[in-house]
Design a binder for this molecule. Structure first.
Ligand code: AMP
Length: 285
């Protein structure tokens, strides 16, 4: 595996690859790699001649300095893992490489970043969009792979790519979960065993809500039920639980359309913030 810490050598290397007519797949990550990341890498490897993984903890997307400070950093194990899955290229730049100057650009995605994660993490998606646009320009991939777990992020990046006319295809890959349903996340590394068990509440709430909605329950009652679930359990706190239209993230007060819906949830286990979501189609099964 080739490892690059600087932009120019990486660009020169990728230019040669492009001239050979080879396709490039990009998997952007913040490291502390787990099976979720590996499933994106697998898809990238399957569909492209060359796979690039980026590992970069982007300070611009952290609205909470303590969260940035405590974000898991496991670069040596990450490199070993990437070698094992035969990733071709790792790009792991330093902050000064990605932000030689303090950025002045801010993105506003309107409704898309004013709800859910955007509401609770002001500035987060602007920072995400900034770093992702940089990666798109540096790597110029044919395909880019994201996880469904961060669906709002995917929707925003899709809008960014469409509106700025980036010539690449974006893919969303299903969420990889642990046996109890907990979505794999780098932040899970900060949970002890007891907290990990508690954290399954997010998946249990999504599953339960999905079943209730499919059997005709009112959304307001389902929301109350989820709030109760969190109140009845120690060490967990619900931040939001929403039903939205999957394509435009319009939040629903009641179940108006039957298909292409998504349930989104966020909250805390101890001081670790977790998010999850589930697609639901009420007209099927
Ligand atoms: P992160 O390192 O958390 O920024 O995530 C990098 C990419 O991996 C994002 O596109 C995430 O949506 C994706 N990802 C994170 N967790 C999972 C998971 N459990 N299953 C699938 N993809 C994931």
């Amino acid at each position: 595996m080739e490892i690059f810490r600087e932009i120019h050598p990486l660009k020169a290397f990728l230019k040669k690859i492009r001239l050979q007519g080879k396709s490039i797949g990009l998997v952007p990550t913040m490291g502390a790699l787990h099976n979720g990341h590996l499933s994106l890498l697998e898809a990238a490897k399957r569909e492209n001649s060359v796979t690039v993984c980026s590992i970069y903890i982007n300070p611009a997307q952290f609205n909470n300095p303590t969260d940035l400070e405590r974000y898991p950093r496991t670069i040596d194990t990450d490199i070993e893992l990437l070698k094992k899955v035969e990733c071709d290229i790792l790009f792991c730049p330093e902050n000064k490489e990605m932000y030689p100057e303090k950025p002045v650009i801010h993105f506003d995605f309107g409704h898309l970043d004013s709800v859910m994660e955007g509401k609770f993490r002001p500035g987060h998606f602007s920072g995400v969009a900034l770093v992702v646009a940089k990666f798109f320009n540096i790597v110029q991939p044919n395909n880019v792979y994201f996880g469904q777990k961060d669906w709002q992020q995917f929707s925003i990046i899709k809008r960014l790519a469409d509106e700025l006319m980036f010539d690449m295809t974006l893919h969303s890959i299903p969420t990889v979960r642990e046996s109890g349903g907990l979505a794999q996340s780098s932040r899970n590394q900060r949970l002890n065993q007891e907290e990990r068990a508690r954290a399954t509440i997010f998946y249990r709430a999504l599953t339960e809500a999905s079943t209730l909605l499919k059997t005709g329950a009112h959304l307001a009652d389902v929301k109350k039920k989820v709030q109760m679930m969190f109140k009845q359990h120690d060490g967990v706190r619900l931040e939001y639980f929403e039903l939205a239209e999957r394509t435009n993230l319009n939040l629903l007060d009641s179940v108006e359309s039957a298909n292409n819906l998504i349930l989104c949830i966020a909250g805390y286990v101890g001081d670790v913030r977790l998010i999850d979501n589930m697609f639901i189609d009420l007209s099927s099964d």
